[in-house]
Design a binder for this molecule. Structure first.
Ligand code: MUC
Ligand code: MG
Length: 363
């Protein structure tokens, strides 16, 4: 039996390139939880568990993720064989409920080690392995100012970096939000796909009105318009409005994916490795979505390079990613912490090909 000889957890807090204005918080920096495991053979595994805006997005914060790992998961890990990823995660699950972001960081690090031990990229340890080496990558326009967003979108298009734009709305009144989206659709909509994310901030009645108005101005998709636990309300919106509704906060792993599919409460699933409980659970969410005829999208918690590489490894195995991905997290940060940055260009991200995650921390 192999064993771990060192486990380090640290919060890496890096300023963003501009304020990122969301319905529930304005981000000026991103606090990412990075885990580094080393086993008795000297093989290193790295993982990331990152959320957005302290406790304003969900029940886990950077500090709670670190504490869940250090105080509750590490004692279990120390008595497990890290080469047995599934068995180790099952042992952790038997003593730690929930805490999906913390579990994601650990499972990612174990899969990174497993890939390095076997000499294969992490994607080859998931489902049937990789089906693509590049992923389309969108960008979020969220400066809080319409003309700044349009100028930023124009730059992204002319640099051939992104032609999918997500707008963060739900903070202002409906009329102002729709005017903002309409202006961006007019300016960029013939060259890009424009979508919105409400981050649960509308009532069902507001959503009914808002989604109809957004469809009329050329918006392609509405992400999580109402509370994620209002599955019946989401189903009613899907049934009565043609514009696709994407589930994000409602998706907390395979169980919730099954319930959403069973209730026909989403047209698209935003796959997220941390929200799902880890890369393997995210792959299960993808399988449920595909089996139910639900489109898929590769989501982000605005992770840095480690979580973004892990997400890319998982999304590279999904047979049909109809709505692309938003794996732009590292590009929102003022500093890089990978030894070699991820490669973006031509509206996409190249999935790393080295063993495990295929990325290393810059010491
Ligand atoms: C979310 O709610 O989807 C993803 C991109 C972005 O700008 O914020 C996130 C979180
Ligand atoms: Mg979202």
């Amino acid at each position: 039996m192999s064993s771990l000889v060192s486990i380090d957890t640290l919060i890496v807090d890096i300023p963003t390139i501009r304020p990122h204005v969301l319905a529930m918080a304005t981000m000026r920096s991103q606090a990412m939880v990075i885990v580094r495991l080393v086993d008795a053979d000297g093989i290193e595994g790295i993982g990331e568990g990152t959320t957005i805006g302290g406790l304003s997005y969900c029940e886990e914060s950077p500090e709670s993720i670190k504490s869940a790992i250090d105080d509750y998961i590490v004692p279990v890990l120390m008595r497990c064989d890290p080469t047995r990823v599934g068995a180790t995660m099952a042992e952790i699950a038997s003593s730690v409920r929930g805490n999906h972001f913390a579990k994601c960081a650990i499972e990612t690090a174990l899969l990174d080690m497993a890939g390095k031990r076997l000499g294969v990229p992490m994607s080859e340890l998931i489902g049937g392995g990789r089906v693509r080496d590049r992923l389309p990558v969108g960008w979020t326009l969220a400066s809080g100012n319409t003309s700044v967003d349009i100028a930023e979108g124009e730059r992204m298009l002319s640099d051939r970096r992104h032609d999918i734009f997500k707008l963060k709305i739900g903070k202002r009144c409906l009329r102002e939000d729709v005017a903002h989206v309409a202006a961006i659709c007019r300016a960029l909509g013939d060259r890009a796909s424009v979508r919105v994310d409400v981050n649960q901030n509308w009532s069902e009645a507001q959503a009914r009105r808002g989604m109809a108005m957004l469809q009329d101005v050329g918006c392609d998709l509405v992400e999580q318009p109402i509370a994620g636990d209002n599955v019946d309300g989401m189903a009613r919106l899907v049934r009565s409005l043609p514009i696709p509704l994407m589930a994000d906060e409602a998706l907390r792993g395979p169980g919730s994916a099954f319930r959403l599919a069973n209730s026909a409460a989403a047209s698209v699933f935003a796959l997220k490795i941390a929200q799902s409980g880890g890369p393997l659970a995210a792959a299960a969410v993808a399988a449920i979505g595909l089996s139910a005829g639900i489109d898929l999208y590769g989501g982000t918690m605005l992770e840095g390079g480690v979580g973004t590489a892990a997400s890319a490894q998982v999304f590279s195995t999904v047979p049909n990613l109809a709505w692309g991905t938003e794996l732009f997290g590292p590009l929102l940060l003022t500093e890089e912490f990978l030894a070699d940055p991820l490669v973006y260009g031509d509206f996409g991200l190249t999935v790393p090909t080295g063993p495990g995650l295929g990325v290393a921390l810059d010491p």
